[in-house]
Write a new protein. Sequence first.
Length: 347
Amino acid sequence: MTTLHERFLEMREKREEFESTDVHGKVLIIDGLNSYIRCFAAVPTMNEDGEHVGGMTGFLKSIGLAIRTFRPTRVIIAFDGQGGSARRRKMFPAYKENRKSMQRLNRTYNFKDAAEEHEALKFQLRTLAAMLKCLPVITLAPSHVEADDVIAYIAHVVEERDGKAIIMSTDKDFLQVVNDSIDVWNPIKKKIYQVDSVLEEYGIHPHNFAIFRSMDGDKSDNIPGVKGVGRKILLRNFPQLSQAEKMDIDGLLDYASGQEKGKLFENIANNREIIERNYTLMQLADAMMSGQTKLEVLNRIDNSTIQLDKPGLTAILSNLKMAAAFGNYNSWVAQTWLPLMRYEVKR
């Protein structure tokens, strides 16, 4: 059994480790809706009344595991803001049209119908937002901006400040921003993506992932690619995709036009409009955010005062009869959330 003195020494050692690092030294940036939908669909947890609460418990446990694994100095969670897809829909009206239908997500809980499930989805998300206000994290959802843009922008800010950014998401779009300062953590695969691991799995350098996606398309966002295009055939015919040197659209099309024969090259060369549109929709190097929104995001991450409101969190969990889902609740709070309080912006 650990003695009180040993526990004190352990906490002091952790405090010294945390205090030795700047608040922006290692930032965990979480794709909020991506993580929440994944947990709602897959986690079967019910409360004491038999009601599904898996979206909330799964989300908190998943990000808690990431916090304990990576021990970040700051945690930022980004959600799509109201009207977040409007700019991309203005460019391409069919953007994400495939997501509007009310589809069943969860197969582990017996919801009466899709409408009941959708109400549970919204209720748990609202309740989760209240829980996050009790935790030492920064939550962002700027209006008219998608979470992807916010996440990529913050990651690049951390990079510019000589910090380390870890993006938590299963969305492949983020692989385009991977570099020596930015990693992507896929919680389903339990895999951290760095430059070498992106190359190993996909054969594509992160610098060229966006231009690859602009040709291949993205079914999840209803973005069609060039006809006859797929990753393997592209790698055979465009070996430049695996190189660190960044390809641009002009270079891509010039190369395709210069090949003497091949239907693939012809399709690429004749579909500049589709490739340019897709690249604009999918690239994250230049976040689709106004200058004012960027300033607001910077202000939030630089000047927010984080707090751990354990009584508030406990009250929410107790009201929903779901505190038992976290096992040893006090230990979970102490090991997951309390360490983040070691980092505070020095004013």
